[in-house]
Design a protein around this ligand. Structure first.
Ligand code: SF4
Length: 379
């Protein structure tokens, strides 16, 4: 089984917190369409995949809802007719791009899941983030998508925002009233090369204290449980049947292709990242005659890297980690390699056994999952 991630590197404007790869220069959209379609062809020619093993396709960005319909159609038209087991085709969409015509076209070409970037219902916070949609636009986009026939709709929210003018409680009420079956909620992180990063560095912007952010996370967990969502990963909640196939694919350590500038891929042993520069990517693809000409850097993962990654991804999920599975795959298990930290986490009620030899982090502590996993890493 494998998945395909396709990066669409354009946005209308730059959100002040975002350090993903994107450009606001959309003049090269058509050249990008040709380049991305060509990369897919070159990878198919080089790897001759059995497309019956393709399980999910994910258009991320950037803003995939800005991309040409002809580009999306060409990519999906190349893949889906030979991929009868592809269960999920997700497109990330910003509310301002969601129109009846686009929804109809996306459905017709095989997109069956939308991930809509709502981010917040607090209009002041949306303005502060430099989002291009209003709180009303966001709710209207979700309703329009549901009316058009999308049964799988995910929403993105950001919490831990400073200077709220709408309480988190009111935001949650508005969210659970929407016809969505999935939520991805992320803590606002301050990245260096962003407007927010510069403001924080200059002392012009304060960010909330950790305690306040953790309190919002705990309230989010409670509210989602009350609304019938299963908390299946640190940042992800789903109603029955709404679990994201593509995300679970990443967390299971299965291979996936990364197509497009700035896209990351994994072939089972190696991670690679395509050049995160639109003009360089377009120029290289214009001259490319095989997949090796796609500009990218690769990193081979050692068994220790793989073990640490499995530990991290396992501890971030409700499934947790199975000690015998880790031992069989890597010859390592955290209770043996880091016995002191392991015992401490158990004694403090941070880790609990959920089945024979299967352990997971207790929900309120999930917000610290990365730090907990890091203490158990092998050097
Ligand atoms: S958050 Fe999304 S829409 Fe905003 S700049 Fe980043 S990729 Fe673009």
């Amino acid at each position: 089984m494998f998945g395909i991630y396709i990066h669409i590197p354009f946005c209308r404007t730059a959100c002040h917190y975002c350090d993903f790869h994107f450009s606001t220069n959309t003049q090269t959209m058509e050249a990008m369409e040709a380049a991305v379609v060509k990369e897919l062809e070159l990878r198919i020619a080089a790897e001759k995949p059995d497309l019956r093993q393709l399980q999910s396709i994910y258009f991320g960005g950037g803003t995939p809802s800005l991309f040409t319909l002809s580009g999306l159609r060409a990519l999906l038209g190349r893949l889906l007719p030979q991929a009868p087991n592809c269960r999920e085709v997700t497109l990330e969409a910003n509310p301002e791009d969601v129109t009846s015509d686009r929804l109809k076209a996306w459905l017709e070409m095989g997109i069956n899941r939308l991930s809509i970037g709502l981010q917040s219902f607090d209009q002041n916070r949306l303005d502060w983030m430099n989002r291009q949609h209003s709180a009303e636009d966001a709710a209207a986009a979700v309703h329009l998508a549901a009316e058009a026939g999308f049964t799988h709709i995910s929403a993105d929210l950001i919490y831990g925002l400073p200077n709220r003018t709408l309480s988190f409680e009111d935001e949650l009420k508005q969210f659970v009233a929407l016809p969505v079956d999935h939520l991805s909620a992320y803590i606002l992180t301050v990245e260096d090369r962003t407007v927010l990063g510069r403001r924080v560095e200059q002392g012009a912007q304060a960010v909330p204290e950790d305690d306040a952010v953790e309190a919002e996370y705990r309230r989010l967990c409670e509210a989602m449980a009350e609304a019938g969502f299963e908390h299946y990963e640190v940042s992800n909640w789903a109603k029955p049947g709404g679990h994201a196939v593509h995300n679970q694919h990443y967390w299971s350590g299965l291979p996936y292709w990364g197509i497009g500038p700035g896209a990351h891929g994994f072939d089972g042993a190696r991670r690679y990242a395509n050049v995160a520069n639109n003009p360089k990517y377009i120029r290289a693809l214009a001259d490319a005659s095989n997949a090796a000409d796609v500009p990218s850097v690769a990193e081979a993962l050692t068994p220790t890297d793989r073990y640490n990654e499995s530990l991290m991804t396992g501890l971030r999920t409700a499934q947790g980690i199975a000690l015998t599975d880790l031992e069989n795959r890597f010859g390592l298990r955290p209770d043996a390699t880091e016995p002191e930290a392991w015992r401490r986490f158990l004694n403090q009620g941070i880790l609990k056994e959920t089945g024979s030899g299967v352990y997971r982090i207790v929900e309120p502590h999930w917000v610290m999952a990365d730090a907990i996993a890091a203490e158990l890493f092998v050097a």
